[in-house]
Design a protein around this ligand. Structure first.
Ligand code: SF4
Length: 456
């Protein structure tokens, strides 16, 4: 499977990459297929069925809203968060929607969008079925899609075969494991970020990669700024008050002479991103929405507190962090519905740990060591969001993951890169642990905090 760092860092909206962005992408793909097949004009009804984890936690994760927007042709990366509410109000008040933005049909949401909480499609816990019918109720098209983590979507027939476009890209240094990545870097004499940049050249010119990654960084910073200045409660039954604005005010107005002030800032950066995510704001998957605060918090720490922090360091961070995310995507999963939270916050922590070592000009071996430590101490982390909202434990967990990533990097940089457990071994362990984990801890809100803490 060939991936780009821009597959790992994707621009979208909150609150969930698997339950919001994935379903929006799937719904959009379905209607664009209708357009391509010349069936849009004949379509008078669309039915959507949600299964498994999507049905169990989809309301809290805004899956229904995402599907409606996707059917209207919206994509997460281009969607202006400001138009979301008016669009949904129009659809729901009129019981009509505009397929692909052009073909208006009746849409009776309680009948046309069904939640199958007791059923799972065979390919993945996050399954969806879309059906288009004509006026005689003849089925024009029916497809099953799966949201497989990080906003990635696969049609049922694509689950085991990489998409043709991805398979067609030939990169100079293909790698399937961390061991192979290190071997190729050693043989070529390249630092990891140089090797990844060379691979990215198969997708676009190096200058375009740099510009895209700096844009990713700009969107992350804008998200933190919005999170620092927003007010009020987060959406949903928990009625959680945002904490980042108060922490930001405390840090800027009163300052802190504490030797732990940097940690307060890391917490503030991460809370700001994940509160924005919970509120449906503009976000970068890193590698998912639920875990989107860790990489920006650690990069912000790097820029604010590490002497010599620079945009060049940010680029090294994103190139290497993206490559580490690819290793998890290729060899395990970045889906909370498959791996529990170790596949989201654990992976983000590993990416950020390796990324900051690259930013600080650590060796390739120290990077691999940091990424391994970042995951080793997240193994077994469950996903049990209260009320199916990406809020508790998710928001605070990003702050914890960011601090852990920085410590993993510091531990690795005090050594020479030699260590006992390899990154490949810890990725394999994460996959096996995720496979063994009970389904109640995999984004179903049927266990853990979700059943032990009252919703309101
Ligand atoms: S607990 Fe972790 S995996 Fe589950 S929704 Fe929250 S951030 Fe995502």
């Amino acid at each position: 499977m060939t991936l780009s760092v821009l597959d790992i860092f994707k621009i979208g909206i909150g609150p969930s990459s698997s339950h919001t962005m994935g379903p929006m992408n799937a719904a959009r793909r379905f209607v664009l297929d209708l357009v391509d097949k010349g069936q849009l004009a004949r379509t008078t009804q669309v039915g959507v069925q949600l299964y498994g984890s999507l049905a169990l936690t989809g309301r809290g994760h805004c899956t229904d809203r995402a599907v409606l927007l996707g059917l209207e042709g919206h994509a997460p990366e281009g969607l202006d968060p400001a138009i979301v509410e008016p669009t949904l109000e129009r659809i729901r008040a009129s019981s009509r929607l505009r397929l692909a933005g052009t073909k208006e049909i009746a849409f009776d949401e309680p009948m046309d969008l069904l939640w199958h909480r007791d059923q799972t499609l065979p390919g993945h816990s996050n399954g969806m079925r879309f059906t288009a019918l004509d006026a005689a109720r003849t089925v024009l098209c029916r497809e099953e899609y799966y949201s497989i983590g990080g906003g990635f979507v696969a049609r049922a027939d694509e689950l085991d075969t990489p998409a043709a476009a991805a398979a067609a890209i030939q990169v100079p240094f293909p790698f399937e494991s961390a061991g192979e990545l290190l071997d190729k870097a050693r043989a070529s004499g390249l630092d990891l970020h140089e090797l990844v940049l060379a691979n990215e050249a198969a997708y676009r010119q190096p200058a375009a990669t740099r510009a895209a990654l700096l844009n990713i960084w700009a969107i992350m910073q804008a998200c933190i700024e919005r999170g620092f200045h927003a007010q009020g409660l987060l959406p949903g039954v928990l009625k959680l008050r945002r904490r980042a604005p108060k922490l930001y005010r405390q840090l800027t107005e009163t300052g802190s002479a504490s030797p732990m002030a940097a940690m307060d800032w890391v917490n503030a950066f991460a809370l700001a991103v994940n509160e924005e995510n919970a509120a449906g704001g503009r976000i970068v998957t890193a590698p998912t929405n639920g875990a989107a605060g860790i990489v920006p918090a650690v990069m912000s720490y790097y820029r604010r507190f590490e002497p010599g922090g620079s945009d060049e360091g940010v680029l090294r961070f994103l190139l290497v962090g993206g490559a580490i995310g690819m290793l998890y995507k290729k060899n395990a999963s970045i889906s909370g519905a498959e791996m529990g939270c170790q596949g989201e916050v654990g992976v983000a922590c590993s990416m950020a740990a390796g990324g900051i070592v690259a930013a600080l000009n650590g060796t390739n071996e120290q990077i691999e060591n940091a990424a391994e430590i970042g995951m080793e101490h997240n193994l077994g982390l469950t996903c049990d969001p209260i009320a199916g909202l990406v809020q508790i434990p998710c928001i605070e967990r990003n702050a914890m993951g960011a601090v852990k990533a920085i410590n993993a990097a510091r531990l690795a940089m005090r050594g020479d890169g030699t260590h006992k457990v390899t990154l490949d071994q810890v990725i394999a362990t994460m996959r096996q642990t995720g496979e063994d984990m009970s389904a109640i801890y995999k984004e179903t809100s049927q266990g853990g905090l979700a059943v032990n803490v009252p919703e309101c």
